[in-house]
Design a binder for this molecule. Structure first.
Ligand code: ZN
Length: 181
């Protein structure tokens, strides 16, 4: 397995800002553990971050959020990227759409994506769709993703399992099944 962790939209605007989600607190320490484990194992670590421009399609649905270059569009300090991690700005739900992430993962011989962040039924789902189309294996840890409601979170996970064949272990299970060399 040549995995990459992709941290989706763990930005100030999505944790404490205009689209604050108190439920996201649950996953922050778990994602931090995953990132530590991934770096210990030499796995690729990427971040896919909303960086919207005025008039982007989502603005009609959600209002302005995570505008490119604003503090709210930064990854939260508790999950701050390391120097060797790559950040991919995005303007759409999918982390792959017009971002260069797909080409980057191909260059690094990645065959599996581990998706964490927000939200289970939106950006994680759209990212999974593009990962599926690229032939990547998809892992979505249940304690690494969140949504605004239980129904959206649980329904989102069920959809990812059914439609994309995603596996949904806990982060502890995932790391335990891939011990460091
Ligand atoms: Zn957005």
């Amino acid at each position: 397995m040549h995995p990459a962790v992709v941290v989706v939209d763990m930005l100030d605007d999505f944790v404490t800002g205009p689209l604050a989600n108190p439920r996201s607190e649950r996953i922050i320490p778990r994602i931090a553990e995953l990132l530590d484990g991934a770096r210990d194992r030499g796995w690729v670590v990427c971040y896919a971050n909303d960086a919207h421009l005025p008039g982007d399609p989502e603005e009609k649905i959600w209002g302005q959020h995570a505008m490119a270059g604003t503090p709210g569009a930064q990854v939260i300090a508790r999950l701050a990227p390391h120097a060797t991690d790559i950040e991919f700005p995005k303007r759409y739900y999918s982390s792959f759409y017009e971002t260069g992430l797909g080409g980057y993962l191909r260059q690094r011989d990645v065959d599996t994506v581990i998706l964490v962040g927000q939200h289970t039924h939106m950006c994680v789902r759209h990212t999974s769709a593009d990962a599926f189309n690229l032939g990547l294996r998809i892992i979505v840890p249940t304690d690494g993703v969140e949504a605004f409601t239980d129904a959206d979170h649980e329904g989102g996970l069920a959809y990812l399992r059914q439609v994309y064949g995603a596996s949904t272990p806990t982060i502890a299970e995932l790391l335990a099944s891939h011990p460091t060399a």
